[in-house]
Design a protein. Structure first.
Length: 135
């Protein structure tokens, strides 16, 4: 049973289409033979993907990125799965600390954003101006 009405669903569909449109266009244009944005195209082409091979620095960086992604994913899985099983199945001393440690990456972006806002508001002269509740 859905709590969203048809207007909310239409809004969400339009929002997703608006957000995804640039990604879809870039993916479609990547397979065009022209050197400029043109839709419809004369036909599919791998021209731009073959052009990447002319730059060994790019190929090496891409290979290194794939290696780093595979390594970091493997290490994350090796730590996260046993930790998740332990936190979910058992009660032990330090359970909350382990849970907080593994959940901390979800909170770090908010902390960084908060520090950035603090520096910005302080720079423009409105830092520390939050109204206090009267006592």
């Amino acid at each position: 049973m859905s709590r969203n009405g048809p207007i909310a669903l239409i809004f969400h569909a339009l929002f997703i289409a608006f957000v995804m449109a640039p990604v879809v266009i870039v993916c479609v244009v990547a397979f065009t033979p022209e050197g400029y944005l043109s839709l419809p195209t004369r036909g599919p082409s791998l021209r731009w993907f073959l052009a990447i091979a002319d730059y060994p620095e790019f190929v090496r960086a891409f290979r290194d990125s794939l290696w780093l992604a595979a390594l970091s994913s493997t290490i994350a899985v090796l730590f996260a799965v046993p930790a998740a099983l332990a936190v979910a199945r058992y009660r032990f001393a330090g359970r909350e600390a382990v849970l907080a440690f593994f959940m901390s990456p979800l909170m770090i972006p908010h902390v960084v954003l908060g520090i950035a806002f603090l520096r910005f508001f302080t720079t423009i002269g409105i830092g520390g101006t939050f109204p206090r509740a009267s006592r």
